[in-house]
Write a protein that binds this ligand. Structure first.
Ligand code: DAH
Length: 344
């Protein structure tokens, strides 16, 4: 038996396979149920008692040498296999067909803003823009905000400087002021822009968002003109069957003021979770421009009248696409952004 152990130990030491299969066959030949090492253990049971101690030690040495060798060989072969896979991945295959380039998509907020501009553009509203950093006068004073109005509070507005107050505009209504200051009626503008409010960020509020403001000033502009203009917009944006509803409201810069709802385009006005079972969705604020605002901007309020409206682009996009978490619009996650196609 001692001799047999010696032979096997030599065999283990000399074993130099090239393939994984050879190692596996070796394992079975040595350690399998009918393997050589296993057979030795069976013989060992019948060995004379005085030899058992030395024999046992030798056999354990043989067994662990075999197991160690097999493990080492397998690890080495695995390493070799990995590095050859890497090598072939690194080799350039010049004959491989080129993958198609992914065509980029517009951000959903740009899509919706462009669509709003297009709808109003077709009925004569010309785009106008203004600065994001504004002074108090253009954002509040000229728009008839009383000095103690809460929007002027630090809690709602980001101030850059105090006395004189320089701030980030909280709404695009400041653009109407700039347009009226530099132009006489007839005025018909549509003003997109980013606005800033000191809000905690959540699924329904963000400190940066987008608005579009509309302004129409001429002789004899009436509330009926406002109503028809907004109805036209709602039908273009949300579908021919859309209806609008106007609720009385208050804004310092319009009199009378209204908040406009559109019939829920998901349930057709019957009531669903999106419209909270009311059948209506709020889309904008609007009203007849307050004569104080016209006068502050150098327009004769006895001769001219006008209407204005303002809407949140994220809000319209949310209703259009059914995306309820505003934060998604700001995260630039390509998996989200790639889903959008132009709105028609
Ligand atoms: N500026 C308002 C806001 O940010 C929206 C608004 C309401 C604009 C009524 C208007 C208007 O032009 O007439 O909430």
């Amino acid at each position: 038996m001692t001799e047999k152990i010696e032979t096997l130990l030599n065999e283990v030491a000399a074993f130099a396979p090239k393939t994984w299969d050879e190692v596996e066959a070796f394992r079975i030949r040595m350690l399998g149920k009918k393997g050589a090492v296993t057979a030795l253990f069976d013989q060992f049971k019948a060995a004379p008692a005085e030899q058992k101690r030395t024999l046992g030690q030798a056999m354990n040495r043989l067994k662990s040498a075999t197991v160690e060798k097999i493990n080492e060989l397998k690890a080495r072969l695995e390493e070799l296999a990995l590095s050859s896979a890497e090598a072939s991945a690194a080799a350039l295959d010049m004959t491989r067909p080129a993958g198609a380039d992914r065509v980029g998509s517009r951000h959903p907020i740009s899509l919706v803003r462009n669509r709003i501009l297009e709808i109003f553009g077709r009925i004569g509203f010309v785009p106008a823009e203004g600065p994001e950093i504004e002074d108090d006068w253009h954002v509040f004073t000229a728009l008839n905000f009383p000095p103690e109005h809460p929007a002027r509070d630090m809690q709602d507005t980001f101030f850059i400087e105090k006395d004189p107050d320089i701030l980030l505009r909280t709404h695009t209504s400041s653009i109407q002021v700039r347009v009226m200051q530099s132009q006489q009626p007839p005025i018909r503008v549509i003003c997109p822009g980013r606005v800033f409010r000191n809000e905690a960020i959540s699924y329904r509020a963000h400190c940066i968002f987008h608005q579009v403001e509309g302004l129409y000033i001429d002789e004899n502009v009436s509330f009926a003109d406002l109503k028809q203009t907004i109805l036209h917009f709602a039908k273009e944006m949300f579908g021919e069957k859309s209806e609008i509803r106007m609720r009385p409201s208050y804004f310092p810069f319009t009199e009378p003021s209204t908040e406009v709802d559109v019939s829920c385009n998901l349930c057709g006005g019957k009531g669903c979770p999106v419209c909270k079972y009311t059948g209506w969705l709020e889309i904008m604020g609007a009203g007849m421009v307050d004569p104080n605002v016209l006068e502050a901007c150098g327009i004769d309020s006895k001769r001219y009248s006008g209407f204005a409206f303002g809407m949140g682009v994220e809000r319209i996009a949310m209703l259009k696409y059914g995306v309820k978490d505003l934060r998604l619009y700001f995260e630039n996650d390509l998996r989200f952004l790639r889903q959008f196609t132009p709105v028609i």
